[in-house]
Design a protein around this ligand. Structure first.
Ligand code: SF4
Length: 709
């Protein structure tokens, strides 16, 4: 399989130049707080402040003492969320006909005719009228009988000819011509009053027209779009207890979104979110929908799935894999607020109040708070991947003193103690802790490693405990990622590790851990994982997109086919900026080249020492799995250069290499998203582990007596 049929040229040097050359902007951001507010948006924030103040008491996830600034931030977050919803709906419901582009008097006449008949007839009548008279002034001069005949020919009752001619005459008289231009200069209330005073114009029609003419006009309270908006909910993250009434909903939609949101919500209401039987399974915005999420929580609570608690959950890689294997997350915690937002968005089955943004150390003396949050539910599996930077080689390289001293002095390396502390309180049937191989190499002054200490701690609490060393590539993840999984079980001996399905890539790993792998499937390659994604330049791409076609076949098979979004939506396929010199380096490197290979090709491109920086630059090979995706991608992408495009990998490509499907949406800035992806456990590997644990739990269900309970 070739990676891309079309190779983009080398990107030019600066974002400004890219903009001049017509590069697309990244479009709607995924919940990045807006830095620059328009004056209309600022006025809207000010005007809605009293309303938000009134709603404060209903917000169960907002601290009672929240300041005005915090409430305004909440409003901006909501504006961001609605913007994302609007963009997704715009992509799945593009404007269908020329009537969507109508404005001014054309729109007013169309809306009146639509009220008099239906959209199809109104479209036909408008066409007839335009053919008979080139301008509205010409039409106003036609005899009434002639206009009536034209309308009748299009299926509209001839009676409306008189209404239409009177309407045009009043517009001519009050606006000084056939235009609605003066509406923009008057106040919204005066404009609405004047429009509703015209013959044949209802309040809804007037609002519809005003929405096109003025950015500060409220959304028409039409039943269909309001139904969808009500179901989607507003201020969901604040945990509003009751759904909002139509008037409040309308005023909480930011002015700059109203026009397009009104159109897309109307289209969505007609095609998907129908009154009685909404097709939620086909809905592109179901993850954002308050109604659908409530259903998912209810369904999960009623299921008999084994439960799990996810500590240091990040964006939810472990929970996602366990969910796919049939587990149900009942509590998750992490201290990164952006990662928590991504977790909540992608795990509608977990009640938002049980996805907590906090430092686990704050639970040290009050671990029973977690038990209370669980409402007495038994925890089957406790999982946790404490931050691993303290143990990782990447972390050591940049330090000056010895590994031992550095690693034992790093506070983050003691977070495993929090997991052990909770193990004592929650008494799950099984516990797993995921970490980098370095956890077995870093030792305390007495010679014991962090790994041995953790295993011993589990044993002292009555758990049989052992360590699995797994390479994600051997479970179908297109990435060489070796991890230590410390497993503890109090319901029988720990089972053997999951059986690999794919061959290992590393000779060392193959020799020591998986000596008999030759009969297995070959590992999934970078080309198989990302080859169908549209080619991009550096500093390009869209946060939310729906490419017309993918490179190669539209619906690819194999790994990329499994990962693709069912509606072909593509989130975060966005690349970072590179300077000219780096672009030259990328163009010089061949797939599989590292920094030393680059210098052998062109020594003038040197910019780091040669020792210790071999991997500072690395071009991925298309026919092999990727090297380990790391959180450092948030800082630079030189170690993850695309195999045949001169740029580092996009956020979505990193997610694909981590086995996150395209339906998994990461929020925050590009750096935030790279961080969440790099820190995650690949869901595919997590799923394999979860299957093994599920079989173990099933097999030991009879022996579930806990002597320590
Ligand atoms: S998930 Fe269902 S209820 Fe919610 S907006 Fe989509 S179709 Fe409507």
């Amino acid at each position: 399989m070739t990676l891309n049929d079309v190779k983009p040229p080398l990107a030019s040097s600066s974002p400004e130049q890219l903009a001049e050359e017509g590069q697309p902007s990244h479009g709607v951001a995924l919940w990045r707080r807006r830095k620059h507010f328009s004056s209309v948006h600022t006025r809207w924030r000010r005007d809605t402040a009293p309303l938000i103040e009134q709603l404060r008491e209903q917000m169960i996830r907002v601290a009672p003492g929240a300041t005005q600034v915090q409430l305004r931030d909440l409003l901006d977050e909501e504006a961001s969320r609605l913007q994302v919803i609007g963009r997704v709906l715009q992509l799945v419901h593009p404007p269908a006909s020329e009537t969507h582009r109508l404005s001014g008097l054309d729109l007013l006449v169309f809306a009146v005719l639509e009220d008099a008949s239906d959209a199809k007839r109104a479209r036909g009548a408008l066409r007839q009228l335009r053919q008979a008279a080139p301008s509205w002034a010409d039409l106003a001069g036609l005899p009434r009988a002639e206009v009536a005949a034209l309308l009748q020919g299009a299926g509209v009752a001839p009676f409306w000819a008189g209404v239409l001619l009177e309407l045009l005459s009043q517009v001519q008289q009050w606006c000084g011509g056939m235009t609605l231009e003066p509406l923009r200069a008057s106040t919204p209330v005066a404009a609405l009053l004047w429009l509703t005073g015209l013959p044949g114009v209802t309040k809804q029609t007037a609002l519809h027209v005003l929405l096109q003419e003025r950015t500060d006009s409220p959304m028409p309270a039409e039943a269909a779009p309001m139904r969808v908006l009500g179901r989607l909910g507003i201020l969901n993250d604040a945990g509003l207890q009751d759904p909002l009434d139509v008037e409040t909903l309308r005023s909480l939609v930011p002015p700059d979104l109203r026009r397009e949101l009104h159109r897309t919500l109307t289209a969505h209401a007609e095609e998907i979110c129908t009154p009685r039987t909404p097709r939620c399974g086909d809905c592109a915005v179901n993850r954002f929908c308050r109604a659908w999420r409530a259903q998912q929580v209810e369904l999960a609570a009623r299921s008999a799935r084994p439960t799990m608690v996810d500590l240091f959950c990040g964006a939810g890689g472990l929970s996602e894999g366990f969910r796919q294997a049939g587990f149900r997350t009942v509590f998750a915690i992490d201290q990164n607020p952006v990662a928590i937002r991504s977790f909540r968005l992608n795990h509608p089955e977990v009640p938002s109040e049980q996805v907590v943004c906090d430092d686990l150390r704050n639970f040290r003396d009050d671990a029973r708070r977690i038990l209370d949050a669980l409402g007495g539910q038994q925890v089957d599996v406790l999982v946790g991947g404490p931050p691993c930077q303290g143990f990782s080689r990447a972390g050591w390289r940049s330090r000056t003193s010895t590994r031992q001293v550095q690693a034992t002095a790093d506070d983050r390396n003691y977070l495993f103690e929090e997991l052990i502390g909770l193990l004592e309180v929650l008494r799950p049937r099984v516990v797993i802790m995921e970490n980098v191989p370095g956890i077995g190499e870093v030792r305390f002054p007495d010679g014991t490693s962090f790994l041995e200490v953790t295993v011993e701690a589990m044993r002292s609490l009555g758990y049989d405990s052992t360590v699995w060393t797994l390479d994600a590539a051997t479970y179908g993840v297109p990435q060489h990622r070796v991890r230590r999984i410390i497993v503890g079980s109090r319901v029988g001996p720990v089972p053997p590790p999951p059986t690999p399905t794919h061959r290992a890539v590393s000779n060392q790993y193959r020799a020591t851990v998986q000596p008999t792998g030759e009969h297995l499937r070959p590992p999934v390659t970078v080309a198989e994982a990302i080859g169908d994604l549209p080619p991009l330049l550096a500093s390009a791409g869209q946060w939310i997109d729906r490419p017309r076609h993918r490179v190669g076949r539209r619906r690819t098979k194999g790994y990329s086919g499994e990962m693709a979004h069912p509606l072909n939506l593509l989130f975060s396929h966005v690349t970072r900026y590179h300077n000219d010199l780096d672009l030259r380096r990328y163009a010089t490197m061949r797939p599989g080249d590292n920094y030393l290979a680059l210098l052998r090709r062109d020594h003038t491109l040197e910019n780091y020492r040669r020792d210790g920086f071999e991997d500072k630059y690395f071009r991925l090979a298309p026919d092999r799995p990727s090297k380990t995706i790391v959180a450092h991608l948030q800082k630079d992408g030189n170690s993850f250069i695309h195999p045949d495009q001169h740029r580092s990998i996009s956020v979505r490509e990193a997610a694909r290499l981590q086995s996150f499907s395209d339906e998994y949406i990461f929020t925050g800035s590009r750096s935030d998203q790279f961080l969440q992806i790099g820190n995650a456990v690949p869901p595919l590997m997590a799923r394999t582990i979860a299957h093994t644990l599920m079989a173990h739990l099933d097999a030991t269900a009879e022996t579930d007596g806990d002597p320590a309970a």
